[in-house]
Write a protein that binds this ligand. Structure first.
Ligand code: ADP
Ligand code: MG
Length: 489
């Protein structure tokens, strides 16, 4: 790809970007959210036509008029969002579009055998007859890769494949990538996890603001240097912590229980304090957060805010009591994708910008603009639909929405998952500012370095119970011991 430029209304997503990848190579593409990585890949996949620039495959100029043409020429895309049919089997999904048939009848045995052969080539241990809807996300992702691989591609693009994978699952994915490069496939690998990029790629290309910063051999670059190239400035700390004076108890939870999910959870959070809620996936962290916010009913327990007992029967009660919750799955709970950035921000504060039921458009716009500016949402416009923003910027809008309510207690569930280093630092600066204003904060994060860096205190859950409470400065292995149930309080 040479000199690729692509503009959308009001934004130049790519400016004269070059990228090449060789057979059998893994070429990583990194950059902050919004740097243009996905757009470049969609140009390669025939989804977008470039405004300028040329694409050559094996030395010959090609025009990739649409995704079908790109696929026909051997370009396989594994998108961030999976494109499988849940009600079909693994085999049917893998061979979708090229199902073997005899006299118009699907040849089920051939179907199964061909799918099995593809999975075996990738060393993937998944049953061909299982319904895709019954698989875990990581297994579905492997099916998606197998589907792309079954079409015998020359190039495979993986756009942030590991953002929802565990360490173990990531290793399985890496083995599959190894199989593909052994077969001479050129792999383009997009990821925010820089350590993975160092492990798996031979070259790395850094994009910033739609421009090519540099393409380098991976052996000659460190994670710190990649970050510097990505953000154009030195990030000394990925998780900046604002030092804040800690005050009185704001949130006091006692004996909170929801049968089957968590049991006898008692915790306090003080004004200005960040309480880290650590634990393995399934330990009950999100379930506790949901109950405090009234999304699920607790069977027992009491909640006090600023010394006053509150009864929380639903999110409305929680918001009235000064509790805000930024959920993990922003796509499902955090934003309304069809609405503009402005509408998303003002949704939670309608009564502040309305008079007698009428929304005052001026006030609404001013509030949205102020919040977007405070959070340096990029691009700085509030009229576009929120789903045109990158993940990190969508997350900032979710923050803006809740900040507008001025909460006493703010519960953040995986606030930086799938967010690049620059936006991560921005989000932590915002969290620090909120703490400085006296908000009591509960931070749920699966990234232990993040919890350790920013929490004043850490409560560790194990199988729905509090396994340990650790002070600031606790070591990673202490948290892990408690989280795996090796110690109890
Ligand atoms: P990345 O994948 O590096 O996070 P993207 O390629 O998704 O970045 O986005 C690059 C820029 O182009 C962003 O500012 C984004 O908001 C914008 N953009 C991407 N797709 C569209 C689109 N379909 N319409 C308008 N703007 C878009
Ligand atoms: Mg992207």
């Amino acid at each position: 790809m040479t000199g690729i430029s692509k503009s959308f209304p009001g934004i130049r997503a790519l400016s004269e970007v070059d990228l090449d990848v060789a057979a059998g190579e893994v070429h990583a593409v990194v950059g902050e959210n919004g740097a243009g990585k996905s757009t470049l890949m969609k140009v390669l996949a025939g989804v977008y036509q470039p405004d300028e620039g040329t694409i050559e495959l094996e030395g010959a100029a090609v025009r990739l008029a649409d995704p079908i043409e790109a696929r026909r020429r051997g370009i396989g895309m594994v998108y961030q969002e999976l494109n499988l049919v849940p009600d079909l089997t693994v085999a049917e999904n893998i061979l979708l579009g090229s199902t073997p048939s005899r006299l118009g009848i699907v040849d089920r045995r051939a179907l199964r055998e061909q799918a099995r052969a593809v999975l075996d080539e990738l060393d993937a241990r998944i049953h061909t007859d299982d319904l895709v809807g019954s698989l875990t996300v990581s297994q579905q992702q492997i099916v998606e890769i197998a589907k792309v691989y079954a079409a015998r591609p020359k190039i495979v693009v993986l756009d942030e494949p590991t953002s929802s994978l565990s360490e173990h699952e990531t290793q399985a994915l890496f083995r599959i990538i190894g199989r593909m490069t052994d077969a001479g496939i050129a792999v383009i690998y997009i990821s925010h996890r820089l350590r993975e990029v160092l492990d798996i790629s031979q070259r790395v290309t850094v994009l910033r603001d739609g421009r090519l910063v540099e393409t380098r051999s991976t052996s000659g670059i460190s994670a710190a240097e990649m970050i510097r190239l990505m953000v154009g400035r030195d990030l000394t700390e990925v998780f900046p912590k604002t030092e804040v004076e800690i005050g009185d108890v704001v949130l006091d939870v006692r004996g909170l229980t929801r049968s089957g999910e968590f049991d006898d959870i008692s915790l306090t959070v003080r004004s200005g304090e960040i309480l880290g809620l650590a634990g393995l996936v399934g330990a009950g962290r999100t379930e506790v957060a949901r109950a405090i916010f009234g999304l699920d009913d607790a069977d027992a327990g009491t909640i006090e805010v600023d010394g006053t007992a509150v009864r929380i029967r639903g999110p409305r009660d929680a918001v009235r009591a000064g509790i805000a919750y930024v959920p993990e799955d922003r796509k499902r709970d955090g934003i309304v994708p069809q609405l503009s950035i402005k509408d998303n921000i003002s949704l939670s504060v309608l009564d502040r910008v309305s008079v007698g039921g009428w929304i005052r458009p001026g006030a609404e716009r001013a509030l949205a603009r102020q919040k977007a500016e405070e959070l340096s949402v990029s691009p700085p416009a509030i009229a576009p639909r929120i789903d045109t923003l990158s993940g990190g910027n969508q997350q900032k809008v979710v923050f803006a929405k809740w900040l507008a309510t001025g909460p006493r207690v703010l519960i953040l569930d995986e606030p930086t998952r799938g967010v690049d280093v620059g936006a991560k630092a921005d989000i932590h600066t915002i969290i620090g500012e909120l703490a400085a204003q006296g908000t009591a904060i509960i931070l749920i994060s699966s990234e232990l370095p993040e919890v350790l860096a920013v929490s004043d205190r850490i409560v560790v859950l194990h199988e729905g119970r509090i396994a340990a409470e650790l002070p600031r400065g606790a070591a990673e292995h202490e948290v892990m011991h408690a989280a795996t149930g090796e110690v109890s309080s």
